[in-house]
Design a protein around this ligand. Structure first.
Ligand SMILES: Nc1nc2c(ncn2[C@@H]2O[C@H](COP(=O)(O)OP(=O)(O)OP(=O)(O)O)[C@@H](O)[C@H]2O)c(=O)[nH]1
Length: 305
């Protein structure tokens, strides 16, 4: 590796584990030098990129596909172009979508076009401590593959589980990787941006990933009633893994970012310019869930309340 080589941090983890929360923190800290962030969202709207763009300009969006498959060529082109920027970047952080397998990103970084300019610094995988144990079948396998590829695992949302549950999760994840419990992905910078630890010859097995999910976007035209929306969110089927986007709530001039993971929802005021009274919600659900028509109709009806 030459001295001019740009360090790359890969941030991975299942849907809603806290990747954007971590990215937002990193992006706001000037000590990380000249940094660019590449954000991949599986849906056709890149909500994460829009959220991170509220704190930094250096955001590049790869959307409507899985970063390790359908948009892998775009990733390669984006990395080549970023590596040619002058003055040179110090670091590139790649946020994988929650449905992707970071191992393939690691492979992409080894391509000859990139090897001379970039080096992999750390793969950080966030785990939602309140949801990891409940994942089943292929979804659990994907989540384990994301963990297996990590140099550092953040056992995030530690505030939502007991000390005993945290202990048991640590045991499940195993001793091979460094595991740190976090709330809002808060850990010391030195750990975030450290050098890559040796992998002991371990090669993770590729897991099925984006093909397990379907995504769609609902565009509303009117403000929604807050109470009805909260009630509706509280009853979303568990096949909806993730819901996020922008909503206008009746009686409020400013829109909100809505984040829904598991059975928890969060509304935060959105800054910046956003279209008036228009909702944009991205759903990510189990492929073949058959939920789209029903959920869209419910939202449509809610607009008229
Ligand atoms: N209670 C709790 N909530 C958290 C914590 N970290 C993040 N969240 C919330 O979890 C939700 C999802 O966080 P994100 O950072 O958007 O997750 P993500 O991994 O980027 O999500 P995707 O990119 O959609 O896969 C948001 O509402 C966050 O505010 C935490 O430690 N505790």
């Amino acid at each position: 590796m030459n001295n001019d080589s740009i360090a790359v941090t890969v941030v991975s983890g299942f849907l809603g584990a806290g990747k954007t929360t971590l990215l937002n923190r990193i992006a706001q800290q000037p000590q990380h030098g000249r940094m660019a962030v590449i954000v991949n969202d599986f849906g056709e709207l890149n909500i994460d990129a829009a959220i991170i763009a509220e704190v930094t300009d250096a955001v590049f969006s790869l959307q409507n596909g899985c970063i390790c498959c359908t948009v892998q060529e775009d990733l390669l082109a984006q990395l080549v172009s970023l590596s040619q920027l002058r003055p040179r970047l110090d670091r590139i952080v790649i946020e994988c979508s929650g449905v992707s397998d970071p191992q393939r990103i690691v492979q992409t970084l080894g391509y000859p076009q990139l090897k001379a300019h970039l080096h992999l610094d750390t793969v950080i995988t966030l785990v939602d401590a309140s949801g990891y144990a409940a994942l089943e079948g292929e979804f659990a396998r994907l989540s384990r593959a994301q963990v297996a590829c990590a140099d550092l695992v953040l056992l995030n949302k530690a505030d939502l589980v007991s000390a005993a549950e945290l202990q048991s999760l640590r045991a499940t994840i195993g001793a091979r990787t460094r595991v740190i419990s976090t709330v809002q992905a808060q850990i010391p910078d030195a750990l975030l941006l450290g050098e890559r630890s040796p992998r002991n010859g371990f090669t993770p097995v590729p897991a099925p990933h984006h093909e397990l999910f379907e995504s769609w976007t609902w565009q509303g035209t009117q403000a929604l009633p807050a109470k009805a929306l909260r009630d509706w969110l509280g009853q979303l089927p568990k096949d909806v893994f993730r819901l996020k986007g922008l909503v206008h709530l009746q009686g409020n001039d400013q829109p909100f970012w809505l984040q829904h993971v598991g059975n928890r929802s969060q509304f935060t005021l959105a800054s910046g310019e956003h279209a008036q009274n228009c909702a944009q919600l991205v759903f990510i659900a189990r492929r073949g869930s058959g939920l789209r028509a029903q959920l869209e109709m419910q939202l449509q009806e809610m607009q008229g309340l």
